[in-house]
Design a protein around this ligand. Structure first.
Ligand SMILES: Cc1cc2nc3c(=O)[nH]c(=O)nc-3n(C[C@H](O)[C@H](O)[C@H](O)COP(=O)(O)O)c2cc1C
Length: 127
């Protein structure tokens, strides 16, 4: 969720056991990818497997590219993205909220973006 406009801050909440949790904690960076409706299958595959056991880019044939402002790969074809540097983290129960300063953002694709309600049910938002 966006948490500030000046400076631009964006927060994500990541479960403590996730591989992503340790990667973000150690690197101090993350990239948020906004995903198109046609990419639902990819979301489910990535959201039900762990980077601890599998290279998701390779396994699911997802084209990637490097971020410009942080050392982090991102998905090449997305509706939009936010490159973030962690400025604060808050432990909350079994998750950590990572608050990132948005160093670069782009809205590169048009069309419907998906969001989810409980990890299994999806809806769309248009631009
Ligand atoms: C649609 C969707 C959204 C998800 N959102 C989150 C989230 O916000 N935070 C989180 O910790 N896990 C979330 N998950 C679960 C993780 O993606 C899942 O546990 C994944 O296996 C973690 O991979 P990793 O171990 O490579 O980090 C989500 C899963 C799905 C399918």
């Amino acid at each position: 969720m966006p948490t500030s406009f000046k400076p631009p801050l964006y927060a994500i909440s990541i479960g403590l056991p996730r591989f992503s949790h340790d990667v973000i904690k150690n690197s101090g960076a993350f990239c948020v990818n906004f995903i198109a409706d046609e990419q639902r299958e990819m979301v489910i595959k990535c959201g039900t497997s762990s980077g601890r056991n599998v290279d998701k880019f390779r396994e699911f044939k997802i084209a990637k590219e490097e971020c410009e402002t942080i050392e982090c790969p991102k998905i090449k074809k997305v509706v939009g993205f936010l490159e973030c540097r962690v400025v604060e983290s808050v432990e909350t129960g079994d998750h950590t909220i990572f608050i990132g300063e948005v160093l670069k953002s782009n809205l590169q694709g048009h069309g419907k973006r998906i969001y989810h309600i409980d990890g299994t049910r999806f809806a769309t938002v248009s631009d």
